[in-house]
Design a protein around this ligand. Structure first.
Ligand code: ADP
Ligand code: MG
Length: 319
């Protein structure tokens, strides 16, 4: 690499010190700690996510996309709790302090942070294999947080947006295809720049009985909403929301399969009492009813027991 390397302090000063702040940040980047002003009367939601080169993304991935994927996926966890984003910290392990990598990474990170309403307040920068970690913090009224527990038989199973796009985008990428059509670009964008459903999460406060964001696939994540009881769910595959881009790129069977098991869509899956169905038309983002919670345990798709595999377990014995 011919680009000059930066020292740690120069790197932090150049790329992170001017992060946008507001009154909730009494002291931002630059001291031993940030000093933050929590929201009175609400609980803080905290979540952390890591992307490791070679495990979560291919070597040579565009740094701008890594930033949008890292922050989009982390902030999606706040959306899934019904929390409003406040602050995040960023831990970077970098093989080298390369301004040509850091420039697009921090520009994209700042753009996403602005769009999600979250402020960078600190972090850590070390030399090592490329690893990106973001810890996000948000606020939600304690009684209104959307947790994974609480689904009841008869609840509607609902999802935001469309499903399966991210998987299709990843398949294109792995096949080495250029995203040279509008549909291909859309699918690639869905993989690299997930949209956390913050507005819907907040609108569901006090209404949804259970909520999760879809990181491992609808079946796997819906399974997490059923873990604490004997409940099950019945999913109607023909009701799954599929994008025009997905329908144009693969056949119906493949599209439905990816909608059920493809990961990283970062849409919300929530359950709602059937009596609250009218609420669905008032939500700020598109929502589709894809099934119902049943008294009979297990997930069925079109009446048949579903193969819930498709979720990814980093420590599974056969992986
Ligand atoms: P310390 O040695 O006290 O942990 P550092 O020298 O690591 O402090 O960091 C100096 C300041 O820069 C701190 O405020 C820290 O939060 C911030 N910082 C370091 N790395 C990052 C980063 N990747 N993103 C944002 N802020 C960072
Ligand atoms: Mg210190």
């Amino acid at each position: 690499m011919s680009t000059p390397q930066l020292g740690e302090f120069e790197l932090i000063r150049r790329f992170f010190a001017d992060a946008a702040t507001d009154d909730s940040v009494a002291l931002g980047i630059g001291d031993d700690c940030a000093l933050l002003v929590p929201k009175a009367g609400e609980v803080m939601a905290v979540s952390i996510d890591t992307l490791v080169e070679g495990t979560h993304f291919l070597p040579g991935s565009d740094p701008a996309y890594l930033a949008s994927r890292l922050l989009g996926a982390s902030v999606s966890d706040l959306a899934a709790m019904g929390a409003e984003p406040a602050w995040f910290t960023l831990a970077l392990s970098l093989p080298q302090a390369d301004p040509e990598w850091l420039g697009p990474f921090t520009t994209s990170l700042a753009q996403c942070a602005g769009a999600f309403g979250i402020r960078l307040v600190g972090g850590d920068t070390t030399r090592g294999p490329l690893t990106l970690t973001a810890q996000v913090h948000g606020f939600v009224p304690a009684e209104q947080a959307l947790t994974r527990n609480g689904a009841q038989a008869g609840d509607l199973v609902c999802v935001t947006g469309t499903l399966g796009d991210s998987r299709a985008g990843l398949e294109e990428l792995l096949a080495g295809k250029d995203a040279d059509t509008p549909h291909a670009q859309y699918l690639a964008q869905r993989f690299f720049a997930p949209t956390p459903r913050l507005a819907t999460g907040m609108a569901l406060r006090g209404h949804a009985r259970a909520c999760i964001d879809i990181s491992d696939g609808l079946l796997a994540d819906l399974g997490h909403l059923l873990e604490n009881g004997t409940l099950g769910a019945e999913i109607d595959p023909d009701s799954l929301p599929l994008s025009a881009a997905l329908n144009a790129s693969v056949d119906k069977t493949q599209a439905q399969q990816w909608a059920l098991t493809g990961g990283e869509d970062f849409e919300l899956c929530f359950t709602l009492p059937a009596t609250k169905r009218d609420l669905l038309t008032t939500l700020p983002e598109p929502v589709t009813v894809v099934g119902t919670i049943t008294e009979q345990s297990g997930i069925r798709v079109a009446g048949k027991p579903a193969d819930v595999k498709g979720g990814y377990d980093h420590f599974a014995k056969d992986s």
